[in-house]
Design a binder for this molecule. Structure first.
Ligand SMILES: C[S@@+](CC[C@H](N)C(=O)[O-])C[C@H]1O[C@@H](n2cnc3c(N)ncnc32)[C@H](O)[C@@H]1O
Length: 292
């Protein structure tokens, strides 16, 4: 995969500033100026998977329908801050409805010694969408359709093919090794730099990306690969633009935005991850200085 020739020219772009805010996106997004963001690159918590140790965390809702509603609320707030020609790049994972399992049910239930896992989905099949035991919930598409209904234009579904799949002890279906990444626009005429990233052959970039693993977000359990963020940023913005990540985590989006001469605003609930994000942003600053 090659990068397009959209490097900063002789005129100096005013990128490279990263703001890291601690709090709930639903509270902090309304404090940002309207239409100030060109591109949102993000990955929310997946429903019922990890415990990010905060009462306001998204992903611990009692039902997957409430999870979809939480995300619609966040992206309504993103809609206001996005420029009219802006885009959202959203990576969301799926999960299975399960009956049984062990341990307690309900949000933040702790099971065995996997303290950090919210094991709701291993306790009781959610009573929604006709789900049955062992049904794949289809959450990425349910979120995508809900956002479509909320007014977003769904422009692409990119399949992130994981070079190294997480091992699964299953014998009755193939191992999952892909995730969805959706491209949404606010209006039909949106900014997209098709030269920002190309196939090696020079052809237009395809909608399947073979990426990872990437250990640069170590210290966070669910960081996405830098290359994933880089592609979204190069395709969806110009140097000097501002990129938003309302689920900042370890700061991958911010570190890459800075390297690509963009500004970034990261919002993250858990202050420990923000400390990690600050370190990563600082080290990408050092890398940039070294290159000059
Ligand atoms: C999947 S992780 C994001 C990882 C990030 N892309 C990276 O590369 O490090 C989702 C993050 O959202 C945070 N989070 C959960 N609920 C939130 C909320 N209501 N507002 C802001 N952040 C939230 C979690 O603490 C977690 O770090």
């Amino acid at each position: 995969m090659s990068r397009g020739d959209n490097k900063v020219g002789s005129e100096k772009a005013t990128g490279g500033q990263v703001s890291i805010l601690t709090g709930d996106s639903r509270t902090l997004l309304p404090t940002l100026p309207a239409e100030s963001i060109q591109c949102c690159v993000t990955s929310p918590p997946y429903w019922g998977l990890r415990d990010y140790e905060h009462d306001q965390q998204i992903g611990a809702e009692p039902s997957p329908r409430a999870y979809v509603d939480s995300l619609v609320e966040v992206f309504d707030a993103v809609h206001r801050v996005l420029r009219p020609d802006g885009t959202v790049w959203l990576n969301v994972g799926d999960g299975y409805a399960r009956n049984g399992g062990q341990g307690n049910c309900g949000p933040n239930a702790k099971v065995g010694n996997t303290k950090k896992m919210i094991q709701k989905r291993n306790c009781k099949v959610p009573e929604v969408w006709g789900l049955k035991d062992r049904d794949l919930m289809g959450l990425p598409w349910r979120v995508a359709f809900a956002l479509q209904e909320a007014g977003w234009i769904l422009r692409s579904r990119i399949v992130w093919i994981k070079k190294t799949a997480m091992p699964e002890s299953v014998k009755n279906r193939p191992t999952n090794a892909t995730e969805e990444l959706f491209l949404f626009a606010k209006q039909s005429g949106y900014y997209y730099d098709s030269k920002g990233v190309r196939e090696e052959s020079g052809a237009n970039l395809r909608n399947y990306w073979r990426l990872g693993p990437d250990t640069s977000g170590a210290g966070h359990p669910a960081a996405f690969p830098r290359e994933l963020a880089r592609r979204c940023i190069l395709l969806g913005s110009r140097a000097g633009d501002t990129i938003l990540d309302p689920f900042g985590g370890s700061g991958t989006t911010g570190a890459v935005a800075q390297e690509e001469d963009r500004n970034a605003i990261l919002i993250e609930l858990n202050p420990n991850y923000n400390e990690l994000a600050k370190k990563r942003v600082k080290s990408s600053q050092r890398r940039l200085r070294f290159q000059v």
